[in-house]
Design a protein around this ligand. Structure first.
Ligand SMILES: NC(=O)c1ccc[n+]([C@@H]2O[C@H](COP(=O)([O-])OP(=O)(O)OC[C@H]3O[C@@H](n4cnc5c(N)ncnc54)[C@H](O)[C@@H]3O)[C@@H](O)[C@H]2O)c1
Length: 256
């Protein structure tokens, strides 16, 4: 298995899961927002190979997809505010940086491509919870680039028969999530709690997701997970209270 962006917050957990399930794993990551410490235990044990490279480097990607059965593609511009300031870079990485690996996979006979997309493709919901059939309406470069990435996946499925899976993640939180200018709200709130500072809540407090009304963000976002439950027995195992408690205690929730 090849994991792009495997040194990141979500990617590190994906690598853990794949190693635990017994897969041989390779990671390509340019460490722009990722941290080698997220997978260094696996690297030291020899269960994961790591290459520091940009996913837009066709030669590198061509070489590395050569021997793999499947690719999990997480490397991306991941921040809505950053994408508003840097739309071209966002498209370059999230669209061309998805199209090129897809093409490499087809050339090398890779069996499956898993694309990590985002709930942001929906914009303001017409109903809640939001399911996979809900109409899409991206309102930021991040969101529209993710939707274009999905379309590239569909195209390669139709045109070249590549088996593709698109997962639209909603707000993810947990250990290894870093604090920075573009962090999610849970990381920021926990940092305030740790430093005994007041929490700053934007908007009118009626939001069902993000506690912001900032440009490019969505006020209500709740997922209908029934399709994921059916398709791969997905079931949330950690109640939010327990997850927040674990995160607060987690020494790896480091300030960046
Ligand atoms: N965290 C969430 O709540 C959330 C929600 C929806 C979707 N997602 C998606 O999940 C994926 C992972 O997000 P994350 O929260 O773990 O972010 P992250 O920043 O921790 O991980 C992204 C990883 O990609 C790497 N990367 C970035 N540009 C690269 C490039 N050009 N070449 C190689 N590697 C590169 C980074 O170094 C990092 O390790 C992203 O595709 C993101 O859009 C995340």
């Amino acid at each position: 298995m090849l994991v792009t962006g495997g040194d990141g917050f979500v990617g590190g957990h994906v690598v853990d899961g794949l190693v635990t399930a017994g897969y041989t794993v390779g990671v390509v990551d340019n460490l722009s927002t990722g941290n080698l410490a997220n997978i260094d235990t696996h690297i030291n044990r020899g269960s994961v190979g790591f290459v520091k490279a940009d996913i837009r480097d066709r030669d590198v990607m061509g070489k590395f997809v050569h021997d793999v059965d499947a690719v999990v593609h997480l490397a991306a511009v991941v921040s809505v505010p950053f994408s508003l300031e840097n739309p071209r870079l966002t498209y370059d990485l999230n669209v061309d940086g998805t199209r090129d690996p897809l093409a490499s996979c087809v050339r090398s006979g890779v069996k499956k491509f898993v694309f990590i997309s985002s709930y942001s493709v929906y914009s303001a919901p017409q109903y809640l919870p939001v399911d996979g059939a809900h109409p899409t309406c991206p309102i930021s470069p991040y969101a529209s680039s993710k939707l274009d990435g999905e379309r590239c996946c569909e195209e390669f499925n139709e045109r070249a028969g590549l088996d593709v899976v698109v997962l639209r993640l909603f707000n993810v939180y947990g250990s290894r999530q870093t604090l920075g200018e573009y962090s999610g709200v849970i990381t920021k709130f926990l940092e305030c709690v740790k430093r005994s500072r007041s929490l700053v809540i934007y908007g009118d407090c009626s939001q069902t997701r993000d506690f912001v009304s900032r440009d490019g963000y969505i006020a209500h976002s709740v997922a209908d997970t029934s399709r994921a439950r059916k398709a791969f027995a997905y079931s949330p195992r950690v109640p939010i209270e327990e997850g927040l408690q674990n995160l607060l205690l987690d020494r790896r929730c480091a300030t960046r």
